[in-house]
Write a protein that binds this ligand. Structure first.
Ligand code: UD2
Length: 350
């Protein structure tokens, strides 16, 4: 394939891997990124990992002039510029709403004015689901129930969850109704909806990809709100025991950034005019405790004893992992990186 692609937020963790993936497949890549100091350091320089072939425009996605300039000559847009992190979104409410919602609004307005038939692929999040889907012994499904159980538990841990959990977590499909529990989740939902509504009106084909727990190299290690693997890595490297919330049996879907960017490229290349939503995960569930065990094995740090806090982290859900049937069927997506392999790559980068 060929063509010119804009990635907003393309100097960050997932966006920069996507730039590599697109360059490998013959695309020209332009990045619009504000190089926020929290991620890129006080001098906000071009990151060394960004391929020299990438054209970098330093600018804010909320700045119409920067966005209009970035769109010139492009055939498709990936919208990744966003504030990420559930906990942080609950006290930086204005900043999350401004960057995530207004940034998307500015981009959509510019795309609508520029016309053309650029496809837009929006990075969304499993946080939209809140609690994942469950079933009971009889096979009946339940949505949005475990959080209530969890809320009763918050602050006074009792062994109702864990071994004796009343419901069995099952993969969560795209049809599950949203249950928004943080400003971050709300902003991601707004991004999706706004893109789908505006896209529908201006004939911009839109694909929203709901990423699950993405891990890999280049994920910021210094940000305490980043993914759990990066947090574990930075604690282990600083000689601190990793901290586990709840009992460590909460389950997530850890997906390698390499699989995620393959999914992004497939979403770009799929021949589709309709608006679409896809879960992008590994399709496998694993507990946080198992994640830590495997990571410690890969790092040869098996003797480290984690601190199991038993308490809920504010805003957390119990379990959520992806049903990736739609992405498999429509995009031809098939996750390839096995977890140990991904962990070894991460360990080698630290
Ligand atoms: C949230 C978002 C997800 C994505 C991600 C970004 C939800 C439901 N999901 O995922 O969409 O934006 O954040 O990072 O809001 N944990 C520990 N010890 C730690 C840190 C975390 O035990 O030091 C646990 C945490 O309680 C949770 C699991 O690890 O059960 C995963 O936490 P996370 O912050 O990596 O991601 P998660 O699933 O909250």
């Amino acid at each position: 394939m060929s063509g010119s692609v804009l990635i907003t937020g393309g100097a960050g963790f997932i966006g920069s891997h996507l730039a590599d993936e697109l360059l490998r497949h013959g695309y020209r890549v332009r990045v619009l990124d504000s190089l926020v100091p929290q991620v890129h350091g006080p001098d906000a320089d071009r990151p060394a990992y960004l391929d020299p072939e990438v054209e970098l425009i330093k600018g804010d996605v909320r700045d119409p002039a920067a966005v209009q300039k970035s769109l010139v000559g492009t055939d498709a847009v990936f919208h990744f510029a966003a504030m990420v992190g559930v906990g942080q979104s609950m006290y930086e409410i204005e900043r999350y709403t401004s960057v995530n919602n207004c940034g998307t609004a500015v981009l959509l307005e510019a795309m609508a004015q520029a016309r053309g038939d650029r496809k837009l692929i929006v990075a969304s999040s499993m946080s939209i689901y809140g609690e994942g889907r469950y079933r009971d012994g009889s096979g009946a499904y339940y949505d949005n129930v475990m959080r209530e159980v969890g809320q009763l538990q918050r602050g006074k841990w009792e062994p109702l969850l864990g071994e004796s959990e009343p419901l069995i977590p099952v993969p969560t499909p795209e049809e599950k109704a949203p249950s928004l529990a943080s400003v971050y989740a709300l902003s991601k939902y707004d991004q999706e909806r706004m893109a789908l509504i505006v896209g529908g009106c201006y004939r911009i084909p839109v694909v929203a990809l709901r990423f699950f727990n993405v891990y890999g190299t280049r994920q910021a290690l210094s940000n305490p709100y980043t993914g759990v693997l990066a947090i574990f890595a930075s604690r282990l490297m600083n000689g601190n025991p990793p901290r586990i919330f709840e009992d460590g049996r909460q389950q997530r879907d850890f997906v390698s950034v390499h699989d995620v960017v393959t999914a992004c490229r497939l979403a770009l290349e799929v021949d589709q005019q309709k608006q679409q939503l896809f879960n992008i995960g590994s399709g496998a569930n694993i507990s946080v405790l198992q994640v830590l065990e495997r990571f410690c094995q890969v790092l040869d740090m098996d003797s480290i004893e984690p601190e199991i806090t038993g308490s809920y982290r504010a805003g957390d859900i119990r379990h959520c992992f992806a049903d990736i049937t739609s992405a498999r069927d429509v995009l031809g997506y098939a996750p390839r990186v096995n977890f140990e392999e991904g962990l070894r790559e991460l360990a080698g980068w630290l």
